[in-house]
Ligand binder design. Structure first.
Ligand SMILES: Cc1cc2nc3c(=O)[nH]c(=O)nc-3n(C[C@H](O)[C@H](O)[C@H](O)COP(=O)(O)OP(=O)(O)OC[C@H]3O[C@@H](n4cnc5c(N)ncnc54)[C@H](O)[C@@H]3O)c2cc1C
Length: 395
C-alpha cells in the first residue's frame, strides 16, 4: 500500500469527510499537527478531496461593496467573550429561531474542538478565543445533516475552517458563516503539554485556562481557574505557550503561507479585535468606555446575506460605521500571513528532542530578564505606568 502524506495541509479534515472511499485518514505529526494521509490504493481520483480543501480552493475575491463597523455588544453575555461579544449576539439570534450554532470549545480535558449547540445556556462553551488549533473532524457531516433537516446553522471559526465548510456544503441559504481574523494556530498537543506543566505546578487543581479575561481590560491577559473557584491572572509572558504564540513561533507550517490573511474573506461576516481604535475612532471608544463597555470589535460584512443577518442584531450593539482600511491598518493578518518568529526553528527542534519541558527551560533561560521586568511592571501602579510610557514615547 502506498500512502501520500500532505504535511503542508491545514488539517481541517474536510477531505477525509468528502472522500467516498474512506481513502483519507487524518494523522498527527510529532508536533501534534493534524495532516491528511491518502491511501493511494483506495483512491479513485474523483477529486472530491481537492474540491473541499481550503488550501487548494480559496478564491474569495468579490466585487461586493463591504461594510465595516466598530461595535461592542450591550448584551450581558458579552462579558464572556474575548472582544466585542459580536459572535454571541449573532449566535443568540440563530438559537432563538431553533437553529444550531457550531463553534470551538475547550473541554475539561483541554481538548479544543468544534461542537454544535442548540441551547442558549451552552453558548458560554463557545465564547472566548482559544489560541489553539481546533479539531473540526466529523463536524462537516454533522453540519450537513442539520441543514438537511432544514435547520438554520451558524458556523464561526478560522477562515480556513469556514472556507472548508463552504466548499463542502456549497451554497445554502440556511447556513451563515462568520470567520475570525486569525494570527495562526499552535497544536492542541503543545497546549496540553503546557497544561500538564501548570497542573504539576498547582497540584492538579487547574480546571480552566482563559486566554483572555475582560476583568483585566481588552487585552491578551487571561486567567488560570482552579478547583476552589479561585483565579490567577495569566500574563502572556508567564507561559512559554502564550508567549511563543504571540511571537509567531509555534504555528503550524501552512499558517505562514495562509491564503486567508487578506480582505478576501470566506465568511458572510468577518470579526476581529479593533486594535488601534484609539487612533481611528477615538470618540466612539470614549462613548464605549464612558458606558463601561470593554472590548471593541472590528466587523466586516462581506455578503448581502451577511448584511441582512447583521441588521437584525443591530439593536443590541453600540455601533459606528468605519472603513475596512482603518480596521486593516492595525490588524496585520488582514494584509499578510504571520511571519515566522525568531524562535521558530529552535523551539521546534527542542520540542522534538526534549518535549515541552525543554521548550519551557529554553524560554525561562532566554527571557529571564524580560520575565522579571514585566512582573515588576505589572505590579506598578497605573499612574506610574502612564508616566513611564510618556517618558518612553516622549509625548
Ligand atoms: C487562533 C486565533 C487567532 C486569532 N487571531 C486574531 C488576530 O490576529 N487579530 C484579531 O483581531 N483577532 C484574532 N482572533 C479573534 C479574536 O480573538 C476574537 O475571537 C474575535 O474578535 C471574536 O470576538 P467576539 O468577542 O465576537 O467573540 P468570542 O466569544 O471571543 O469568540 C468566540 C468565537 O471564536 C471561535 N473560536 C474560539 N477559539 C477558536 C479556535 N481555536 N478556532 C476556531 N474558532 C475559535 C468560537 O468558536 C466562537 O465562535 C483570533 C482568534 C483565534 C481563535
Amino acid at each position: 500500500m502506498k500512502f501520500t502524506e500532505y504535511n503542508d495541509c491545514c488539517g481541517c479534515g474536510a477531505c477525509a469527510e468528502a472522500c467516498p472511499k474512506n481513502a483519507i485518514a487524518i494523522k498527527t505529526d510529532e508536533y501534534g499537527f493534524a495532516f491528511a494521509s491518502l491511501n493511494e490504493s483506495l483512491c479513485i481520483e474523483c477529486n472530491k478531496c481537492k474540491n473541499v480543501c481550503p488550501v487548494i480552493k480559496n478564491d474569495y475575491i468579490s466585487s461586493f461593496e463591504k461594510k465595516a463597523y466598530a461595535a461592542t455588544s450591550i448584551d450581558p453575555s458579552s462579558k464572556n467573550s474575548s472582544s466585542g461579544g459580536i459572535f454571541a449576539l449573532l449566535a443568540k439570534k440563530v438559537l432563538n429561531i431553533g437553529g444550531i450554532v457550531f463553534g470551538t470549545e475547550m473541554n475539561e480535558n483541554f481538548d479544543v474542538k468544534v461542537i454544535g449547540i442548540s441551547n442558549e445556556n451552552e453558548l458560554i462553551r463557545l465564547q472566548g478565543s482559544k489560541y489553539v488549533q481546533s479539531n473540526m473532524i466529523s463536524s462537516f457531516k454533522k453540519i450537513k445533516e442539520s441543514l438537511q433537516k432544514n435547520k438554520t446553522v451558524l458556523f464561526c471559526g478560522t477562515p480556513c475552517q469556514v472556507s472548508a465548510l463552504k466548499n463542502y456544503i456549497g451554497n445554502n441559504e440556511n447556513l451563515f458563516l462568520i470567520d475570525i481574523v486569525c494570527h495562526g494556530v499552535p497544536s492542541n498537543q503543545m497546549f496540553k503539554d503546557e497544561i500538564a506543566y501548570f497542573k504539576k505546578k498547582y497540584n492538579d487543581n487547574l480546571i480552566d485556562f482563559k486566554f483572555r479575561d475582560k476583568k483585566y481590560g481588552h487585552d491578551t491577559v487571561g486567567s488560570l481557574v482552579f478547583k476552589n473557584n479561585k483565579e490567577k491572572k495569566l500574563l502572556p509572558y508567564n507561559t512559554p505557550y502564550y508567549f511563543f504564540f504571540l511571537k509567531n513561533d509555534i504555528f503550524r507550517e501552512n499558517c505562514y503561507n495562509c491564503k486567508y490573511a487578506n480582505i478576501n474573506r470566506p465568511g458572510d461576516i468577518t470579526i476581529c479585535d479593533y486594535w488601534g481604535i484609539d487612533k481611528e475612532e477615538p470618540e466612539f471608544l470614549k462613548i464605549c468606555t464612558d458606558n463601561g463597555f470593554v472590548g471593541i470589535s472590528g466587523i466586516i460584512i462581506n455578503t448581502q446575506k451577511g448584511i441582512s443577518f447583521f441588521n437584525e442584531s443591530k439593536n443590541n450593539l453600540f455601533l459606528k460605521e468605519t472603513t475596512v482600511e482603518k480596521i486593516q491598518k492595525h490588524n496585520p493578518n488582514l494584509t499578510e500571513p504571520s511571519k515566522k518568529g525568531e524562535n521558530y526553528e529552535i523551539v521546534r527542534s527542542i520540542y522534538k528532542q526534549n518535549g515541552w519541558t525543554g521548550v519551557g527551560k529554553y524560554y525561562r533561560k532566554k527571557y529571564r530578564v524580560n520575565i522579571f521586568m514585566r512582573k515588576i511592571y505589572d505590579k506598578t501602579p497605573t499612574f506610574a505606568k502612564k508616566f513611564i510610557t510618556k517618558l518612553r514615547t516622549n509625548k
